[in-house]
Design a protein around this ligand. Structure first.
Ligand SMILES: C[S@@+](CC[C@H](N)C(=O)[O-])C[C@H]1O[C@@H](n2cnc3c(N)ncnc32)[C@H](O)[C@@H]1O
Length: 224
């Protein structure tokens, strides 16, 4: 059992569920880039980890040079790892990694509205459905009409938590573009498109609360 979020990322080496989740997330990022209009494509990634989903996609995407992104991650080791990977990929002028709080709206000023919003590994770390609704209803502050949102949600104890996520998106004016389960059957990955108008971002607004001690990994699955 990993002790913190840095160690949690080691599971990518051994866990088929996480490996396939990453593969699907990267496919979705790639298809969202393909579907974006010519010119600059803006991406924000909340609780970005070490940014491997976006970086891995860009390493083989022909429009990599069009992508301008801001990744926000609290863990300093993951931030360092991500920043170093961005540098060695030669993408430092396009990808900005912030070692900060992804729940605070101020950290997105200047980077939104985004064409693609990545919220992976977050929904299982919210205290309840009300918090899930709050986060999804706050996504228009980061988005505009037509923005893509890519998300993940694990299942546990036989409960298909991703069903709830899909319903909340539907009720909040997002259209489902695609949804897949990993072959392990217990991890949902989705891509939705925002149908409404974006909202102006204010500074110092709390967009959601990430549950638990920020430096400790704990396996929560409390959203119903
Ligand atoms: C389940 S991991 C997901 C990481 C990455 N998105 C992925 O899918 O590989 C959750 C991440 O959220 C980060 N995190 C937790 N609270 C945060 C906060 N308030 N602001 C930014 N990152 C946070 C953790 O450090 C951890 O890297």
């Amino acid at each position: 059992m990993p002790k913190n979020w840095f160690e949690w990322h080691d599971l990518y080496k051994t866990e088929p569920k996480l490996q396939q989740r990453l593969q699907i997330v990267q496919e979705y990022i790639s298809s969202a880039i393909d579907a974006s209009s010519p010119g600059i494509i803006r991406v924000v990634s909340l609780c970005a980890g070490d940014g491997r989903d976006l970086l891995g996609t860009l390493s083989r995407h022909p429009r990599a040079k069009d992508v301008y992104a801001r990744l926000v991650e609290l863990n300093p080791q993951l931030y360092e790892q991500g920043r170093a990977a961005i540098e060695s990929a030669g993408l430092s002028t396009q990808l900005e990694f912030i070692n900060g709080d992804a729940t605070n709206s101020s950290n997105y000023i200047g980077a939104v509205p985004a064409d693609i919003v990545i919220v992976c590994g977050i929904f299982g770390n919210l205290s309840d459905e009300a918090e899930l609704k709050r986060l999804i209803r706050n996504l228009p502050f980061l988005s505009k009409k037509g923005s893509f949102v890519i998300w993940t949600r694990g299942h546990s104890n036989g409960i298909a938590y991703s069903d709830t996520v899909r319903k909340v998106f539907r009720d909040a004016d997002f259209e489902e573009v695609s949804f897949r389960l990993t072959f392990t059957g217990d991890m949902g990955v989705g891509i939705h498109r925002y149908l409404g108008e974006g909202l102006p971002l204010l500074k110092d607004q709390q967009l959601f609360v990430f549950s638990g001690d920020p430096d400790k990994y704990r396996n929560v699955s409390v959203v119903h």
